[in-house]
Design a protein around this ligand. Structure first.
Ligand code: AOF
Ligand code: ZN
Length: 332
C-alpha cells in the first residue's frame, strides 16, 4: 500500500462509523496529515451534521501546510452545513487527496477546480473502487433518484419461502439471522407485503443494533384489512407507511429521500420487484431442505416462455453459515 492509500484506507474506516446514521448522505471520513503524522481525524456522524472534513478540522489547532485525505470530493455548496472547500481553504490546507468525485450535481467536479484555483494541490481517483463499494447505495441514488433495492429471502433448496399454509419459521437456522439484522442497518427502509405482515408478524427492526430504525414500508393494495390489527409488531410505533403499488412506492421514495430499500418478501412482492427492473442485488439464504412443489415459491409466475427470457444475475459471493448458506447476487 502506498502512503496515499494507507491514509485513504483510514478514511474508509472512519467513514463506516457513520453507517446507519448519515443516509441518504454518503459515509465520509477525513484524515489530516503533516510530516507523515496524522494530526487529526473526523467523520460525518449524522444526517444534517458537520461533514467529515469540518469535523477533522475542528479538532486540529493548526492545519496550515497539511494534507487532507477524504474518501469523497469535498463539497462546495452550502447545504445543511457550510461548504467544505471554504473550510479547507481558510484552514490553510496545502494538498487534498480523495478517492471519488461526488456525483451530486451541486458538487460534481466543481470543488476540484475551486481548490486548485486557491493554490491547493489535488489528487483524486485513488482507491476509487473501494470508495465506490463503500457508498454504492449513495452513488446509485444520487445518479438515478431511485432507491437502491435489495431483495432478501430465506428459501428451501427447491426455492420455497413458506408452506402452502404460510409456515416459514424457520427455513434457515439462527446463525444467519444476526447477519440479516446487520444488513438492515445499511438501509433507509424495509419493505414487505401484506401476507408477510399477517402470517410472520415480523419485527423488521435492528434488534438492538445502534443506528436509526429503518422505515417499515408495507406494499399492499388493501391496507384496510389492517384496520383492526394494530397489535401487529410492525405497527408498534408510527415509523411505517403503506404503499399500494410499485409506482406509488417509487413516488414515495423520491418525495421522501429514501435512498435504499431492503425487500424482505413475500412472493408477490418479490415478483413485483423482479418485474419492475428496480432490483440492484439479492441475498438468498438457503436452508438445506426440500418441501415440494405444492408450497409457495420465492417468485411466482412471470410468464416467460423461453429460457432466453430469464432474468440473469451475477454471483458476487457465497457464504456458509453452517445451518444455511447465502448467495449474494447482483443484477446484470
Ligand atoms: C463532504 N463531506 O462528510 C459529506 C458530503 O445537506 P448537507 O449540507 O449535509 O450536504 C449533503 C451533501 O454533501 C451530500 O448529498 C453529498 O453531496 C455531500 N456529502 N460532502 O464534503 C461529507 N457527507
Ligand atoms: Zn462538505
Amino acid at each position: 500500500m502506498s502512503e496515499l492509500e494507507k491514509y485513504l484506507d483510514r478514511t474508509f474506516e472512519l467513514a463506516i462509523k457513520g453507517k446507519g446514521f448519515v443516509s441518504p448522505n454518503p459515509m465520509v471520513g477525513a484524515v489530516i496529515v503533516r510530516d507523515g503524522q496524522i494530526i487529526s481525524e473526523g467523520w460525518h456522524k449524522e444526517f444534517g451534521g458537520p461533514h467529515a472534513e469540518v469535523d477533522a478540522l475542528s479538532r486540529c489547532k493548526d492545519a496550515r501546510g497539511a494534507t487532507l485525505y477524504v474518501n469523497l470530493a469535498p463539497c462546495c455548496h452550502v447545504g445543511k452545513t457550510g461548504a467544505c472547500t471554504d473550510a479547507i481553504i481558510s484552514a490553510g490546507i496545502k494538498k487534498v487527496v480523495y478517492s471519488n468525485s461526488d456525483p451530486n450535481p451541486l458538487v460534481a467536479d466543481k470543488s476540484k477546480q475551486i481548490l486548485e484555483d486557491n493554490g491547493i494541490e489535488v489528487t483524486s481517483g485513488i482507491l476509487e473502487n473501494r470508495g465506490f463499494e463503500l457508498n454504492r447505495k449513495y452513488f446509485h441514488w444520487i445518479k438515478t433518484n431511485q432507491p437502491y433495492v435489495t431483495i432478501k429471502a430465506a428459501l428451501t433448496l427447491d426455492g420455497k419461502i413458506a408452506t402452502s399454509s404460510y409456515q416459514s419459521k424457520w427455513i434457515t437456522g439462527p446463525s444467519s439471522r444476526g447477519f440479516v439484522h446487520q444488513l438492515r442497518k445499511g438501509y433507509d427502509a424495509i419493505l414487505v407485503g401484506a401476507n408477510t405482515v399477517l402470517y410472520d408478524d415480523p419485527n423488521l427492526g435492528l434488534h438492538g443494533l445502534s443506528g436509526r430504525e429503518p422505515l417499515r414500508i408495507i406494499l399492499t393494495s388493501n391496507k384496510d384489512k389492517f384496520h383492526d390489527l394494530k397489535d401487529l409488531t410492525v405497527f408498534r410505533d408510527s415509523n411505517y407507511v403503506f404503499v399500494d403499488s410499485i409506482q406509488h412506492f417509487e413516488e414515495y421514495c423520491s418525495n421522501n429521500a429514501i435512498s435504499s430499500v431492503f425487500v424482505e418478501g413475500g412472493s408477490g412482492v418479490i415478483t413485483s420487484f423482479i418485474k419492475s427492473g428496480l432490483v440492484n442485488d439479492l441475498y438468498m439464504f438457503y436452508g438445506p431442505k426440500i418441501i415440494g412443489s405444492e408450497h409457495i415459491s420465492v417468485v411466482s409466475e412471470l410468464g416467460l416462455p423461453r429460457l432466453d427470457d430469464a432474468y440473469n444475475f451475477n454471483i458476487e459471493s457465497v457464504v456458509n453459515f453452517g445451518d444455511s448458506f447465502m448467495v449474494k447476487l447482483s443484477s446484470k
